[in-house]
Design a protein around this ligand. Structure first.
Ligand SMILES: [Zn+2]
Length: 116
């Protein structure tokens, strides 16, 4: 059964005051299995903006770990995504890339350009 139609079927079991029509008892106190299920569902916290931000952070962390991993690259790196410094021959990976990024963030924070 589709989730939406199941939900509609469940909602039809209650009147506008939250009375379970089948038992005549309020949803909050009715001992039947359906009301127990509905109470449990309603007590389950739904996703919050903080959860969404945390998920976004996890995706960013995954992207970053992929980016910094030199093992993913074939010997011939033409056409691959690499990270390097703008003005020289250096191509940075792993902890050297971490240090370069951390140092750049630190410099920008000291100049007040990045909010911590
Ligand atoms: Zn009930």
């Amino acid at each position: 059964m589709q989730a939406a139609s199941y939900l509609a079927d469940v909602l039809r079991q209650y009147d506008a005051n939250g009375i379970h029509i089948g038992s005549g008892l309020p949803k909050a106190t009715c001992p039947c299995g359906l009301c127990q299920k509905v109470r449990k569902f309603e007590a389950t916290p739904s996703a919050t903006p903080a959860d969404a931000a945390s998920e976004a952070d996890k995706r960013d962390a995954t992207r970053y770990r992929w980016l910094r991993d030199s093992d993913r690259l074939p010997e011939e790196i033409d056409g691959e995504i690499v990270v390097g410094t703008a003005g020289g021959e250096d191509v940075l990976f792993d902890s050297a890339l971490d240090k370069a990024i951390d140092a750049a963030i630190q410099r920008e924070r000291q100049q007040g350009e990045v909010r911590a």
